[in-house]
Design a protein around this ligand. Structure first.
Ligand SMILES: [Zn+2]
Length: 338
């Protein structure tokens, strides 16, 4: 209860300060900030299950908030022109959505058309092609539907036990494994819960459908829409051998070009996991820019290949997990000069 009151007052103060222009940017050099979003969801039950999703309303309000601060929205394709005279603003904002969830489609379509908001969408072409399921959505659904209280799995030649409530622990474990080991662990999980059908997984609140090529192509009709590779099937760049990163990233680029006509030069790291080495490899594969999840802004003069991105958490709204004071705190890190 006390927490709720604190959050509510934090929210009110934040809105008052915002309306008085307290957060207006005052900077003397060019910066590019990038917001990262995932799904846009209105169902409260689903919002709780997918913690990166926010409501479309809070997403749009957040974008508007940054605009009020003095940010000018640009498409990622304009990034290389920012040194030109006609770009006489100092702060630029790029909006990015990861994973290509279908629940973003209608909103992005309207925002491109009616609100003139440029969007960069990072997709995994192999998953789009196969109407695939992101592995963590499957893991969450399997844990939820599991009939036993504990499951025994073999990891690194040892036995590990997970209870029904350990889905987060299991996911964290998965993220640290080399990609092939992750795939075999998923196989074990599937075998141990083989009474759960694919339909049941797709019916689960943890499952989020992804866009098909037709949907992506409809969005791509708008010049404000850009596409980035997000690997082939969300394999983490640091968890696969260098040769595989090369082959997969080139293949993902080719698939995107073949299916949409868009020749992407952008690589959005799944889960933001990257290194200087992976940047180097991707640069050799023709990518001009890579994108991390390091929450800080980018100074135009120091942009080389990698760009940092902030996680968009939504502006107030009904999504009560993200309170304004948290938002406020993240925002302060963002402004180079307060
Ligand atoms: Zn992703």
């Amino acid at each position: 209860m006390l927490k709720k009151i604190r959050c509510l007052t934090g929210d009110i103060f934040f809105r008052i300060e915002d309306s008085f222009g307290k957060y207006k940017l005052n900077i003397d050099r060019k910066i590019v900030s990038i917001l990262m979003y995932h799904g846009l969801e209105t169902d409260p039950g689903r919002l709780v299950c997918n913690y990166l999703d926010i409501t479309p309303e809070s997403c749009l309000k957040e974008i508007r908030f940054y605009q009020r601060q003095g940010y000018k929205l640009i498409s990622i394709d304009e990034l290389d022109c920012l040194g030109d005279r006609r770009y006489n603003n100092n702060a630029y904002l790029i909006i990015s959505f990861d994973d290509g969830f279908l629940n973003t489609f209608e909103h992005i379509r309207n925002w491109l058309k009616d609100e003139k908001i440029p969007v960069m969408m990072a997709i995994c072409p192999e998953l789009v092609e196969n109407n695939g399921i992101f592995w963590w959505d499957e893991v969450r659904a399997r844990f939820q539907l599991m009939k036993t209280n504990t499951i025994e799995l073999e990891i690194d030649n040892g036995k590990s036990y997970f209870t029904k409530n350990d889905m987060v622990k299991f996911e964290e474990k998965c993220e640290r494994l080399p990609h092939n080991n992750l795939l075999s662990l998923l196989c074990q999980l599937r075998n141990k819960t083989d009474y759960i059908s694919e339909d049941q997984i797709r019916d689960s609140k943890y499952y989020r459908e992804i866009m098909k090529w037709d949907d992506i192509n409809l969005l791509a009709e708008d010049n404000l829409f850009s596409i980035a590779s997000h690997s082939l099937a969300h394999e983490l760049a640091i968890n696969i051998p260098e040769q595989e990163l090369k082959e997969n990233s080139i293949k993902s680029r080719q698939m995107i070009k073949e299916k949409t006509g868009y020749d992407t030069k952008y690589y959005v790291y799944p889960s933001g996991k990257c290194s200087e080495k992976t940047d180097e490899v991707l640069s050799q594969c023709g990518f001009t820019h890579t994108f991390s999840t390091d929450a800080s802004t980018n100074y135009l003069e120091s942009i080389k290949i990698r760009l940092n991105r902030f996680r968009g958490i939504g502006y107030g709204s009904t999504n009560l997990r993200y309170y304004a004071h948290k938002w406020n705190k993240e925002h302060k890190i963002m402004s180079p000069i307060s």
